[in-house]
Design a protein around this ligand. Sequence first.
Ligand SMILES: [Zn+2]
Length: 254
Amino acid sequence: MIDTHSHIYSEEFDVDREEVILRAREAGVESIILPNIDSDSFARMLEVEASYPDYCYAAIGLHPTSVKQNYREELSLLQPELERRKWIAVGEIGIDLYWDKSFFREQVEAFCTQIEWAIAYKLPVIIHLREAFRETLEALKPYKGSGLRGVFHSFGGSLAEAQEILDFGAFRIGINGIVSFKKSGLDSVLPHIDLKHILLETDAPYLAPVPFRGKRNESAYLSFIAAKLSEIYGLPLEDIDRITTENARELFRL
Ligand SMILES: [Zn+2]
């Protein structure tokens, strides 16, 4: 399995990161993708990536909740890094109107700039959205047919939303611990979505799946998310692992 979204570089893992990685390997996680947040997280993320070569892969991007007055500065710190080395993706980027709506215009601006980076460098995007489905799809519209590809991470929406994402083309849907929550509704949405569109992710340290809900999440728990999908799709666990891994390898060129 590939954990396509994990913040194991965050402070929550400073005390036992080595064991966290070990448990992930033991649980069958073959790679972990690290999406960036902002200039505060960047160095930590790169440090973790360098400590686990061929296992952890860093993405480059400015998270929508970190888009404030200084977002241009933040972006100008990242931009030269695009040229400096190879990245697994541009992310995480997007629109989040749940925490704060006051920087909506700036969020859209930052989102579009980073989409253009992804297109220029032929990288997939890792999209984060919260309370902003319509706004995100609207912002993406001009890029339809541009070769842009990526994942809508942490999906918890309706079937209509999933279909709209897939109709856009070249986008996958990232499923995490939300799928194990009683009221997520994903158990009735996912059977209508072909498994070839699905990626597994933890979003660690957040959104730990049942039976760890509310606790710190970690990449090893990906197996609980896979098990839930096995139940929902009525397929053997090996098939869930194999297909979602192929999907992730294809999108991130791993
Ligand atoms: Zn994230």
